[in-house]
Design a protein around this ligand. Structure first.
Ligand code: NI
Ligand code: MN
Length: 231
């Protein structure tokens, strides 16, 4: 799987020949150097699916524009998909605990502890995350969440995780210390960090965070914004 970081909580993951774009908020985050990575701009990025964890602006900011331009299919909870369908996007509604087989593999919408409202104040349903799995591997995209006991359900209900994308910025979500506990509970020692450095409230010390993971025999990958890794 090829994993490209667009900044904040935006990831483009290529698997089984499909492009899965998670929580696109590229222009608003202002973390991406658009001169260096013009192909990742909201006007140019390509996607087959857009997966949205919850309704907050810093996760849906570029959904409408990218969805309309690319025709990508939106995958999120019922409330968020309905809201975007009214704007002309096509979507696949899910809700917590449910799983569906797509042409890129299985996606399961799982619990998150956070809040969720759409930019115009419309109720966004409960926030969630995704577990995506196919014969290339399995990963968990947690979305914005606190550390929650529900994470212990993942090893019981999903294939073993090859990597997980967890928020580590603290204040609005769990911080990296809690993310270390999360990685124990989800039984995955290879973590990609997100939701850090975007705003003053969530700036973190990269070296301290990575050392804290390493001290527990775990890996915290902080992908430079715009860059791609292969796992
Ligand atoms: Ni949020
Ligand atoms: Mn957020």
């Amino acid at each position: 799987m090829k994993i490209t970081y667009g900044g904040h909580a935006t990831f483009l993951i290529e698997t089984k020949g499909k492009k899965l774009l998670f929580d696109p908020f590229i222009s608003g985050a202002g973390m991406l150097d658009l001169e260096q990575f013009p192909q990742l701009s909201p006007e140019a990025i390509s996607a087959d699916y857009i997966l949205v964890s919850h309704g907050h602006m810093d996760h849906v900011g570029d959904v409408e524009a990218i969805g309309k331009r690319t025709g990508a299919r939106l995958i999120s909870n019922f409330e968020i998909v309905s809201w975007f369908e009214n704007k002309g996007l096509s979507g696949h509604p899910m809700n917590h605990g449910g799983q569906w087989s797509f042409d890129f593999g299985q996606a399961k919408y799982v619990n998150a502890v956070h809040s969720s409202v759409l930019p115009d104040g419309t109720y966004g349903g409960n926030p969630g995350g995704f577990v995506v799995s196919n014969d290339e591997g399995t990963f968990y995209f947690a979305g914005d969440t606190a550390l929650t006991m529900d994470m212990q359900l993942l090893p019981l209900t999903c294939p073993p995780l090859d990597f997980a994308i967890l928020p580590i910025g603290d204040n609005f979500t769990m911080g990296y210390q809690d993310a270390i506990i999360a990685s124990d509970w989800i039984k995955c020692d290879r973590i990609i960090g997100c939701h850090y450095d975007t705003f003053g409230y969530i700036k973190i010390d990269h070296a301290a965070a990575q050392k804290a993971f390493a001290d527990k025999g775990k890996e915290l990958i902080l992908i430079p914004v715009g860059e791609t890794i292969e796992l």
